[in-house]
Design a protein around this ligand. Structure first.
Ligand code: RP5
Length: 162
């Protein structure tokens, strides 16, 4: 199975990235995690992205906050699908990172998830890999069924709590 590459702009993004890593681990999807910044270590970030396809990656996830151009900078160096996670910072609540990540000019797409959306970034990566991995597709369907059952269980109990 192809790997998922997770790049974060700083180790301060780790709490968000951890949700992505936990989700990938739950699906048994292999992944690698790196700290490469688009502005502090641009050469390393670009080199990782340029070599990702030949190094066995199928999808890349890039998490960054503030003026978050990491996902776009990674996407510029590869035709692998890139998923951006805008990370919340103290000053603008993540709106800065959301707009920086989602507003890519035409030609270089970044599939942007919600602010701090680590779990959804991983689920989207699994969905992409599942196109060529029927067993993963079955796992995704099973998870949806479990999630739905959990909601219906809450529905059945909600009257007792009011
Ligand atoms: C971004 O700046 C990082 O992705 C992080 O979200 C933010 C702050 O980085 P640190 O100053 O905590 O290293 O590049």
């Amino acid at each position: 199975m192809k790997k998922v590459g997770i790049v974060m702009g700083s180790d301060s993004d780790l709490p968000i990235v951890q949700k992505a890593a936990d989700t990938l681990r739950a699906f048994g999807v292999p992944f690698e995690t790196h700290v490469y910044s688009a502005h502090r270590t641009p050469a390393e970030a670009a080199e990782f992205a340029r070599g990702a396809e030949s190094n066995g990656f199928g999808v890349l996830i890039a998490a960054a906050g503030m003026a978050a151009h990491l996902a776009g900078a990674i996407a510029a160096q590869t035709t692998l699908p890139v998923i951006g996670i805008p990370c919340q910072s103290n000053t603008l609540d993540g709106i800065d990172a959301l707009l920086s990540t989602v507003q890519m000019p035409s030609g270089i797409p970044v599939a942007t998830v919600a602010i701090n959306g680590g779990a959804n970034a991983a689920l989207l990566a699994v969905e992409i890999l599942a196109l060529g991995e029927p067993a993963l597709a079955e796992q995704l369907k099973a998870k949806r069924a479990r999630d739905a059952a959990a909601v219906l269980e809450k529905d059945a109990k909600i009257a007792e709590r009011i």
